[in-house]
Write a protein that binds this ligand. Structure first.
Ligand SMILES: [Zn+2]
Length: 354
């Protein structure tokens, strides 16, 4: 068992800055809004402060390039938005490691030391036909893995170090959220090495009582997420989003799209709470009246010019509507619609499309 806690959050930086420049007769002032791409932070990935700084810097430079002579006057706002990363999917409660054992999808090596990461990797690379939980099968191969500079119990942050020293192996690490009352998987680490000869999917468990974590090997990803589909046979599971596909072709077609984006899940609103309402009534400002006008028109047949390459169309009014509300409290609403006789309003010209 290893003692560390794994959590996933997303971090985004938003900032507002005031820019000024000298113009004839005074100083022109404009406000710029900037934000970074949400960054996934978990037990295997640190916050990339340099990346955030670089992103904001390039955005500011782009902003300044749009209007010559602007310089930053003052930072008006600097906000770090931290949100809990959404679980990939969830279902029933996990009381213990009995759950994956019953699904026959995970190999949980019974180690007595703190090297469960290595045992889990070896159980994949040297899978025996039976008694897969016994370390005796894997002890002869223990020295084949290079672990220079890695501390045990091994943190997910050290997986890239492990991959660097073992260039034929790639690792993906998934975890079960112990605080959730439903079965929830999150991605702790997704290897950037997609073409390596040996790939290992690991599942990290945490004991809520002790806070200890434990690496296991996901022997059968299809069974792991079998409850996500009504398909009764084997499925082909995407490692990036854990979506099961019934055919290999559908899976392969999906990969190029999925791997170009961060892991994500589509979550629809609860049917009992799926209506968006305006709630900030107190932020409204009373106005003496308001007027809303709408006009519709369409273009008639295009007529080519005999002297130029231009086409001429006639824009014809199709209708208009006006809504006037005099006094919010009075609720005196006047609506009028008008559909004129079709007649030319104005001409417009455009280049021929052919
Ligand atoms: Zn996917």
């Amino acid at each position: 068992m290893c003692e560390f806690v794994c959590r996933s959050i997303r971090v985004q930086v938003r900032t507002t800055a005031s820019f000024t420049r000298e113009v004839e007769g005074g100083v022109q002032r404009v406000v710029g809004y900037f934000q970074t791409t949400p960054e996934l932070i978990n037990s295997s990935t640190n916050l990339d402060v340099d990346g955030i700084r670089s992103s904001l810097h390039s955005q500011v430079e782009n902003f300044k390039a749009r209007g010559s002579g602007f310089t930053i006057d003052i930072i008006l706002e600097f906000t770090i938005v931290i949100t809990k990363y959404r679980q990939l999917h969830r279902r029933s409660y996990i009381p213990s490691l009995k759950w994956p054992k019953n699904k026959h999808c995970v190999v949980n090596v019974r180690n007595e030391d703190e090297k469960c990461f290595l045992w889990a990797v070896l159980s994949c690379l040297h899978e025996p036909s039976r008694n897969k939980e016994h370390t005796n099968h894997y002890k002869p191969h223990l020295t084949s893995l290079k672990v220079s500079g890695i501390d045990f119990p091994m943190s997910p942050k050290q997986i890239p170090v492990f991959e660097e020293q073992n260039p034929e192996i790639s690792i993906n690490l998934y975890a079960v959220d112990p605080e959730n009352t439903e079965l929830a998987f999150i991605i702790e680490y997704l290897s950037s090495h997609k073409e390596r000869q040996l790939h290992v999917n690991l599942l990290l468990f945490e004991e809520p009582e002790t806070g200890k974590s434990h690496y296991t090997w996901i022997r059968d990803m299809s069974r792991l997420v079998a409850h996500r589909t009504n398909h009764s046979g084997k499925t082909y599971v995407c490692n990036s989003c854990l979506h099961p596909f019934t055919t290999k072709k559908a899976h392969d077609n999906h990969l190029s799209y999925c791997q170009s984006h961060p892991s994500q899940q589509v979550k629809y609103p609860d049917p009992a709470d799926n209506i968006l309402r305006f709630k900030s009534i107190h932020k409204q400002h009373p106005v003496p009246f308001y007027l809303v006008c709408d006009f519709e028109s369409f273009l008639t047949h295009r007529i080519p010019s005999t002297t130029t390459r231009q086409m001429t169309s006639t824009r014809v009014a199709a209708g208009s509507a006006r809504l006037t509300n005099i006094g919010l409290a009075d609720s005196a609403v006047t609506v009028s619609r008008h559909t004129p006789n079709i007649r030319p309003r104005r001409h417009c010209t455009e280049e021929p499309t052919t």
